[in-house]
Design a protein around this ligand. Structure first.
Ligand SMILES: Cc1cc2nc3c(=O)[nH]c(=O)nc-3n(C[C@H](O)[C@H](O)[C@H](O)COP(=O)(O)OP(=O)(O)OC[C@H]3O[C@@H](n4cnc5c(N)ncnc54)[C@H](O)[C@@H]3O)c2cc1C
Length: 530
């Protein structure tokens, strides 16, 4: 039986933060914002949310695969961003899908697509539903809409040990994928934060960014070939370690966000499970001193698996808000060789920038689970579970990410920090919190990941959050950054992506879509105008 996810928030229905976790977080927030108490709204129950009746008639032959019941439609209505949970708390779901299909084979997908084409329904491909950009959300202008959940296509079909690759179905969730590799020497290790509740097909469709902070940052680096069912036919690319034969067809599919077809399978590169690990954390007086060290490491060709620079006040408990300190979580891992030389050289670079390493972590075999690195890891894994509690208390807790080349980094970082602080003050009438960290780093620049907090007015909190994020995203693109480094475009980022992307490219993409999806039925409104 499939484990039931929470329909209104991150995680599974049978898991919660502990009372201690909530109490300690409430204490921190109350102290920071000087709040005497919280007004806590109860989470929604599924039967408290009215949905309009389904507008499709499912043909008898498809009835075993297609659900039109209240819960299935509700569960597939929104992704998992703060604003999605907020709308669930408002009991407001005006545009649910009319039906949700659960195909078990590619042939089933083709049958469902044929039915949608004949009945004039739009189609939304659905992986784990962890989109934070309205990627799986129907809009009011769809006359009929069918969501196709890939949940049943969840197998590792083949492992090629010689080339270290596997053929895997698109609907597999991260943990189930790794479980199926358990009896092999291999792992995929695309541990992005939403790994537990997202799928290989979703990662490919959104160009997700995973665990590796350098070298294999995006899913692009894992994909050897793809197989996609489009309304026009099936597009399968050739498995190759590399190719210079024209523009890459995989590159067209990777990041296509469901507008061209449904990714049913991919061959992905695996690696041997790591046996050697060296991990520590390094403290810097300022974020910019840490950034200099990260640039040095990235440009030295050292390629740590983790190289996350955090403001200490965001990553470490008990750091005063006034602190300017930064902490670098640094990990090297390998299945093949000792990493002492890489770590020594990285620490030398850090020392040159004034960094002080946590020596005790270096001596501890489980250093990635202790000290600052461990504290960061715990926060990273638990953070998504706090969103619903923030919404329930009218607190802003959201993020956005971008990237910038090093030569513009200082000004860009200062500008976006300031714009974000101003946007929160403007929307809420009080000071909020803005922090920045690097999640991925390249020789030519970092991915900057901003976290925003503040106290909202529950009556208008959705508008307040939207206005803050819109201001921040617009500034990001206006100042030369990307609208997203790894959270995808969806419907939410599209206006900013429109500004960033060359118009001629948009025309080329529309032409490709017309060829693969002549009726324009696949996820309209995502990436490009319908
Ligand atoms: C708490 C949290 C943490 C996150 N952390 C990260 C992170 O660290 N890195 C990161 O990159 N993202 C992150 N995200 C965003 C999200 O998890 C990614 O975009 C993820 O790749 C989406 O995968 P999914 O299977 O959930 O796809 P869905 O949310 O179901 O769909 C996302 C998009 O892909 C399309 N799609 C899904 N499956 C297919 C398919 N088989 N074929 C064609 N199109 C398809 C959908 O139509 C939609 O446009 C996070 C989200 C949350 C809520």
């Amino acid at each position: 039986m499939t484990r039931q996810k929470k329909f209104y928030a991150w995680g599974y229905a049978d898991e919660e933060l502990t009372a201690d976790e909530i109490r300690s977080w409430e204490g921190e927030v109350a102290r920071h914002y000087n709040l005497a108490s919280f007004d806590v709204s109860p989470p929604p129950q599924a039967d408290q949310i009215a949905l309009r009746p389904s507008r499709v008639v499912v043909p008898a032959a498809l009835q075993p695969l297609v659900r039109t019941d209240h819960f299935a439609r509700l569960e597939h209505s929104y992704g998992k961003a703060w604003f999605d949970t907020c709308r669930m708390f408002m009991r407001s779901v005006p545009n649910p899908p009319d039906a949700v299909a659960f195909p078990e084979t590619e042939q089933d997908i083709i049958r469902v697509l044929d039915w949608c084409a004949q009945s004039g329904a739009k189609v939304i491909p659905y992986g784990g539903g962890s989109s934070v950009v309205k990627g799986i959300e129907p809009t009011e202008n769809f006359e009929k809409v069918v969501t196709i959940s890939m949940r049943c296509l969840d197998k590792v079909l083949e492992v090629d040990p010689m080339s270290q690759a596997a053929r895997i179905q698109g609907g597999v969730y991260g943990p189930h994928l790794e479980d199926q590799l358990r009896n092999t020497p291999f792992t995929m290790r695309h541990y992005m934060q939403a790994y537990r509740c997202s799928t290989l097909g979703g990662w490919i469709a959104t160009r997700s960014g995973g665990h590796y902070a350098t070298l294999h940052t995006h899913i692009d680096d894992f994909v050897e070939s793809t197989r996609t069912v489009t309304p026009t036919g099936t597009l399968e690319t050739r498995r190759l370690p590399g190719s210079g034969a024209g523009p890459s067809p995989d590159r067209m599919i990777i990041g296509s966000e469901g507008i061209l077809g449904i990714i049913t399978e991919a061959w992905v590169r695996l690696r041997k499970k790591p046996r050697f690990r060296a991990a520590t954390s390094v403290r810097f007086k300022t974020f910019h001193a840490g950034a200099d060290a990260v640039r040095g490491i990235a440009q030295a060709g050292l390629y740590p698996a983790n190289c996350r620079l955090l403001e200490a006040r965001e990553g470490l408990p008990d750091t005063p808000w006034q602190s300017e300190e930064a902490v670098l979580v640094l990990t090297f891992e390998s299945a093949d060789h000792l990493l002492d030389a890489s770590m020594s050289r990285a620490l030398e670079i850090c020392r040159d920038c004034g960094g002080i390493a946590d020596e005790s972590a270096l001596e501890d075999e489980n250093s990635h689970r202790s000290g600052a690195a461990g504290a960061w890891r715990n926060r990273f894994i638990r953070a998504p579970y706090y969103t619903e509690h923030a919404v329930a208390r009218g607190l802003l807790a959201t993020t956005f990410e971008t990237s910038m080349t090093w030569e513009r980094f200082h000004d860009f970082h200062a500008t976006i920090m300031q714009v974000s602080r101003d946007a929160i003050r403007q929307a809420t009438g009080r000071e909020g919190t803005v922090t920045c960290r690097f999640t991925h780093v390249y020789p030519d620049g970092p991915c900057l990941y901003f976290t925003l907090g503040g106290v909202l007015d529950k009556r208008v909190m959705l508008d307040q959050c939207t206005s803050i994020l819109t201001t921040c995203m617009m500034a990001t693109v206006d100042h030369g950054g990307t609208t997203t480094h790894h959270h995808a475009v969806g419907r939410f980022h599209k206006p900013f992506y429109d500004k960033q992307r060359p118009e001629l490219f948009a025309r080329a993409l529309r032409a490709a879509k017309r060829e693969l999806d002549p009726r324009g039925m696949m996820n309209p409104g995502v990436l490009i105008d319908p």
